[in-house]
Design a protein around this ligand. Structure first.
Ligand SMILES: CC(C)C(=O)C(=O)O
Length: 504
């Protein structure tokens, strides 16, 4: 069960719009094919109600309604009525899985709590809603109030409950404890379907999920990109890879759709995926050391089972001070460029020098570096920014007047946008529209300055564009808009070469 839209949204600072929730829900169920999704907590807000209504309306049409779950509380009739209004058919009822939480938060006795749970289950069933039950703080319960926790499970086993869900609410379990506790309840209650809900506070969520699987759990909870309260939940992408490669469990999840949904969740959540995050991070399929690229050429010596193609990604070879000739050759191959051995040595030397100066080098920088190092004017610069005038004043919208040279012709346009770079892009779009040409989609924009806090430092802007293939271009200037414009100018020349290659 994926809970990106409920626990994932409990990441500090994350809030999905109803339309975003619907888009993610569709991708999760239809393309990625997870079995169930938890989409909200009951009674949170009007926006949440609207989001759940959108999802249940769509799910009813597609026959997915039983896969859409909503977290609710022991507050009969409020949560059940909220689900009824939202059109939801599955309630994930939050009960207290430890005596500590029950006594100090709800201030109830077990007898009172069980009676209230029973009332809620009956009311939900009357309304045609099926019930799963969460045992909040179950892990502490197993550690410190085991009799109570087991008594609650025994009570639920006699109720009309579909699944009992065991959260490690505070992410405090280590794998050996998961094995012990999950093993114990699975053995004691073989007729009950148990789910395990991990949290990642000690970075052990995936290991804990594996242990739960190995000790009899029937369902697991994940979130895309590992979003979730505090350090998050078990990341869907890592869990899928791990279970596929290290257990005999068969999942319905389509691995090759993982990257797409990960990027969508990144965009909607506003939380950048760390570049070293397994499976979905920018760099996790990038070989940096030259010795690795060399080994890849010789019987794939540095490959493991985690092949990028499985997840809709490709292997990359980084350019930098440790990259060496093998990496450069791999990138040249991608660009269709051939160099003589002594030319390759000079280019390699230059890239190492740039790396030493902490400069990032992208594949798309290579033609420029070659042209510069070999002084052979090999780079075709069909398009250049010939002039610009930018304004940025208080109380007025920024503007840009742009002069562009496109294959010996000059074009001018003026635009006003949300910032200087936006104004520049709008002016550029006007020119490209008049030429009947399309610009790529900007998918990522990163700005960095060298550490040290100096305001006269060069700003490095790296822009990622989607033009059927991903293009990354870099600009370097003391002004950040100019750095972005330089990166854009490089992109314009690259797409022109792609287009003329396609025409040829
Ligand atoms: C709200 C509950 C179910 C939860 O996410 C947890 O206990 O981790």
């Amino acid at each position: 069960m994926d809970t990106t839209l409920r626990d994932g949204e409990q990441t500090s600072g994350v809030s999905f719009l109803p339309s975003e929730k619907l888009q993610i829900a569709k991708l999760l169920l239809e393309e990625l094919r997870v079995d169930r999704i938890e989409v909200a907590s009951a009674r949170v807000s009007e926006g949440e109600l609207e989001g759940v209504k959108k999802i249940t309306h769509w799910a009813a049409e597609k026959g997915y309604l039983d896969c859409v779950e909503v977290l609710g509380f022991v507050d009969t009739p409020a949560s059940v009525d909220w689900l009824t209004e939202a059109g939801a058919k599955v309630l994930n009822l939050l009960t207290k899985g430890s005596l500590n939480h029950l006594t100090h938060q709800l201030k109830k006795t077990p007898v009172e709590h069980f009676a209230a749970i029973e009332k809620c289950i009956h009311y939900a069933n009357e309304k045609g809603i099926s019930v799963n039950v969460y045992l909040e703080d179950w892990s502490s319960g197993m550690r410190h109030s085991r009799d109570y926790t087991l008594e609650l499970i025994a009570f639920l086993a006699d109720q009309n409950v579909k699944r009992v869900m065991l959260p490690d609410t505070l992410g405090l379990l280590k794998p050996a404890e998961v094995a012990e506790y999950v093993g114990l309840v699975s053995e004691q209650f073989p007729e009950v379907h148990f789910d395990f809900h991990a949290h990642n506070d000690y970075d052990l969520s995936v290991a804990n999920v594996m242990e739960a699987i190995n000790h009899g759990i029937s369902g697991i909870h994940t979130t895309v990109n590992g979003l979730g309260e505090r350090a998050g939940n078990a990341p869907l992408e890592s869990v899928v890879a791990t279970l596929s490669d290290f257990t005999t469990v068969k999942l319905n999840v389509q691995e090759n759709k993982i990257y797409r949904i990960s990027k969508l969740v990144e965009q909607f959540s506003g939380l950048h995926i760390p570049s070293n995050k397994p499976v979905v991070g920018e760099n996790v399929f990038t070989q940096t050391a030259g010795i690795h690229a060399d080994g890849d050429n010789k019987k794939n010596l540095y490959f493991n089972d985690l092949l990028p193609e499985r997840f809709g990604r490709t292997r990359k070879y980084a350019l930098g001070k440790t990259s060496g000739k093998a990496n450069i050759l791999k990138n040249l191959l991608e660009l269709g460029i051939k160099l003589e051995p002594e030319e390759l040595s000079k280019v390699t030397q230059k890239i190492i020098e740039l790396g030493d100066r902490k400069e990032r080098v992208t594949t798309e920088d290579l033609p420029y570096i070659i042209s510069d190092v070999l002084q052979n004017n090999s780079i075709k610069k069909d398009i250049s920014i010939e002039g610009y005038h930018m304004t940025h004043s208080k109380g007025l919208k920024p503007t840009v007047q742009l002069k562009l040279k496109f294959k010996d012709q000059f074009y001018e346009a003026h635009a006003s946008g949300n910032g200087q770079f936006d104004s520049f892009m709008l002016a550029l779009q006007k020119i490209y529209k008049s030429l009947n040409k399309k610009l790529p989609k900007l998918t990522d924009f990163s700005v960095s300055i060298p550490p040290g806090g100096k305001t006269d430092a060069f700003v490095e802007t790296v822009i990622t564009w989607d033009y059927g293939r991903i293009i990354k271009t870099k600009g370097l200037d003391s002004d950040q808009t100019v750095a972005a414009m330089m990166a854009t100018e490089k992109m314009l020349n690259i797409i022109e070469q792609i287009d003329s290659g396609n025409r040829a």
